[in-house]
Design a protein around this ligand. Structure first.
Ligand SMILES: [Zn+2]
Length: 130
């Protein structure tokens, strides 16, 4: 059982190789399966994992070891093609998912996750306190 690549999360296991491409791929495969290939918005068949708070675009150009923190349960949702496309056009998606993930994993744990990035992540204005 693999879990998120973020060492601060309670729901993690530590990847022995940190953030290899193969590990990230296996983790993503496992997450699709664990979410039963079901879209977390409309419950239709879903196969597309989306990083909803800190995105791949935010991490563009960084070495893989630094990007690994985005591949974390608290940052990932499984979507169908249609819901996925809508997410990419959404204006306040970060704020929306931050709140959802805080409900799911807890505010403190989400803050720990956010503080663990060693690069400039989007500023915290989208976060609402507690
Ligand atoms: Zn959907």
């Amino acid at each position: 059982m693999l879990t998120c690549l973020n060492p601060t999360m309670k729901h993690k296991i530590v990847c022995p190789k940190g953030s290899s491409k193969a590990h990230i791929r296996r983790f993503r495969e496992q997450e699709r399966e664990r979410r039963k290939f079901s879209c977390e918005i409309c419950s239709g068949p879903g196969f597309e994992l989306h990083e909803c708070i800190v995105t791949r675009r935010d991490a563009q150009g960084l070495p893989r070891v630094k990007r690994a923190g985005i591949f974390c349960n608290c940052n990932m949702i499984l979507l169908c093609k249609s819901c996925h496309e809508k997410q990419h056009g959404l204006k306040d998606a970060r704020a929306f998912w931050w709140e959802k993930m805080c409900e799911k994993y807890g505010y403190e744990e989400m803050l720990d996750w956010y503080a663990s990035f060693e690069w400039k992540v989007p500023d915290r204005r989208f976060m609402k306190d507690g």
